[in-house]
Design a binder for this molecule. Structure first.
Ligand code: IMP
Ligand code: MG
Length: 170
């Protein structure tokens, strides 16, 4: 039986598409006339980033960073960014912010390369779980303290390919 059986989506693919379109419009408006660099932390943000970048009609560069953030340990870079972001307008594209440890680490890493500006877009935000004071500039939806899978988000690799976003009973 599929893990999806009996699970009710909290956001359907249609809901997600609307959220992504709204975020893309906000970003287009704020960065009109500029080139942007979208930095996607692997692996969870790949699906969101792929949809978002195609809806943003601005000149853009897409790049990736891969950071692990094991509980109780410091973050480690597995793959660093590979474009020069100095004096460029950088936007970190997160699928979800939880404790904020990953984002806080990635923000420091990016700021060390002196971008012209730095903002964060996150499809989902779980502010009640925050351990570090980081806030996304653009948010698709704020959710309660629950673990979700789908649309790139996984539980031990399960759920990444689901088109909807589901609560995951742990
Ligand atoms: P943070 O460092 O605690 O903010 O963790 C952020 C990262 O943990 C996200 O970018 C996701 O990769 C993962 N994560 C946090 N919450 C969830 C969830 O509910 N489902 C799937 N992955 C999550
Ligand atoms: Mg992530």
């Amino acid at each position: 039986m599929s893990l999806k059986a009996g699970m009710v989506p909290i956001y359907t693919a249609e809901d997600i598409d609307k959220m992504v379109s709204t975020l893309a419009k906000e970003i287009e408006k704020d960065y009109e006339g500029k080139e942007i660099v979208l930095i996607c932390p692997l692996k969870g943000s790949v699906t969101f980033a792929a949809d978002l970048c195609r809806k943003i009609k601005l000149p853009q560069i897409v790049d990736f960073i891969w950071v692990t953030s094991p509980k109780g340990e410091s973050c480690q870079v597995i793959k660093d960014i590979s474009v020069n972001i100095q004096n460029r307008h950088v936007i970190i594209v997160e699928e979800i912010i939880d404790a904020g440890r990953t984002l806080s680490f990635i923000k420091s890493r990016i700021l060390a390369s002196h971008p012209a500006s730095l903002k964060v877009v996150s499809l989902l935000d779980k502010p009640s779980r925050r351990e570090l004071p980081v806030k996304p500039d653009y948010v698709g939806a704020t959710i309660e303290d629950r673990f979700v899978i789908g649309y790139g988000m996984d539980s031990e690799e399960i759920g990444r390919n689901y088109r909807d976003i589901f609560n995951f009973a742990q």
